[in-house]
Design a protein around this ligand. Structure first.
Ligand code: HXC
Ligand code: NAP
Length: 282
């Protein structure tokens, strides 16, 4: 989508960059000329991805293991990125954990694990890099990957909904507070984008064969990874220099479909409309 070299000279940290949407964003950032640091708990997964993407894009990608729940590991990961590339320009808070469950079945530890990865992980990375940027008097961009239910909540993924809502609040709050340091904060709220990580935990069998995630999307399809990568690349690029504090939804219209009082009338046939109109006019 962007012209060649649009991200040249930028170093971008992508948490959870070894898999799924993180990997898709990393691929496109590399293709556009950025250096990328991918980070998560599993070094073997990160290294496999890094090797494959080096071969595919000829870009510079560094794999650094880090559990975003642990502040000292986050600080060390940022230090490693600065050592390797001289500076960091962009943070993409993409790492997440999630699974479906009736809330009353959750242990307090199950609630903790999701909130710790999503909310604590995001503020750990944001705080550590924000302090560094402010001390260095260096501008930066923070892109947070949330979900459409960050704004409206969702049954059966309550820890994730609570944590993503917190991430959205951080996005909007720091967009104002840190703008004076030249730090932008933005977010993407994706609808359904099939990934192994999300699908195995959110649409396991026998649910997967009963519930088609595309059915509730007005465009009648799920998202393509490149579509999300396009939006992410734009938002972290200088072309989006005046976009700050905004959350951009990319869901084919899904959440609005669930929200509109009369949207389900989509099910009515033209014959039914004829009959309804006749009754009403009478
Ligand atoms: C109930 C569960 C559970 C489940 C784990 N737990 N899975 N409880 N139902 N399915 C409980 C455990 O019993 C334990 O509590 C606690 O949670 C911690 O579990 P661990 O397995 O020890 O944690 P850990 O090894 O750190 O793994 C974290 C994880 C795992 C979140 C549970 O799934 C993971 O690593 N996820 C990372 C990737 C991911 O989730 N990707 C999907 C992102 S999709 P007790 O009390 O028993 O000790 C997304 C939005 C998608 O975010 C929106 C789509 C539209
Ligand atoms: P995914 O492949 O499972 O990605 C999650 C990543 O987070 C993994 O790479 C995982 O790697 C990493 N991670 C988990 N816990 C971590 C921790 N404690 N420290 C560091 N890294 C950790 O799933 P995805 O679908 O691509 O999700 C990516 C983002 O998109 C998430 O923020 C998710 O909420 C969001 N999203 C996805 C969808 C969708 O439909 N796919 C929809 C809305 C929002 P390790 O296991 O190696 O740590």
């Amino acid at each position: 989508m962007l012209r060649d070299g649009a991200l040249e000279g930028k170093t971008i940290i992508v948490t959870g960059g070894g898999t799924g949407l993180g990997r898709a964003m990393t691929t496109y950032f590399l293709q556009l000329g950025a250096n990328v640091v991918i980070s998560s708990r599993k070094l073997d997964v990160l290294e496999t991805t890094a090797n494959e993407l080096r071969e595919k894009t000829h870009g510079k990608v560094l794999a650094v293991p880090c559990d975003v729940r642990k502040y000292d590991e986050v600080e060390a990961m940022i230090q490693r990125a600065v050592q390797e590339f001289g500076r960091v320009d962009v943070l993409v808070n993409n790492a997440a954990g999630n699974f479906i469950s009736p809330t009353e079945r959750l242990t307090h530890k199950a609630f903790d694990v999701i909130v710790d990865i999503v909310l604590k992980g995001t503020y750990n990375c944001t705080l550590a890099l924000g302090k560094h940027w402010i001390a260095q008097q260096q501008p930066g961009t923070i892109l947070n990957i949330v979900t459409t239910y960050a704004s409206v909540g969702s049954a059966y993924v309550v820890p994730s909904a609570a944590a993503k809502a917190g991430v959205l609040a951080i996005t909007r709050s720091l967009a104002v507070e840190w703008a004076k340091y030249g730090i932008r904060s933005v977010a993407i709220a994706p609808g359904p984008f099939p990934t192994e990580g999300a699908w195995s935990r959110l649409f396991p069998e026998p649910l997967a064969s009963k519930l088609d995630p595309a059915a509730s999307v007005p465009l009648k399809r799920v998202g393509e990874h490149q579509e999300l990568a396009n939006l992410a690349a734009y938002l972290v690029s200088d072309f989006a220099a005046y976009v700050n504090g905004e959350v951009i939804t990319i869901d084919g219209g899904e959440w609005l479909n669930g929200a509109g009082e009369f949207n389900k009338l989509e099910l009515l046939t033209p014959q039914m409309w004829d009959q309804i109109e006749k009754t009403m006019r009478r």
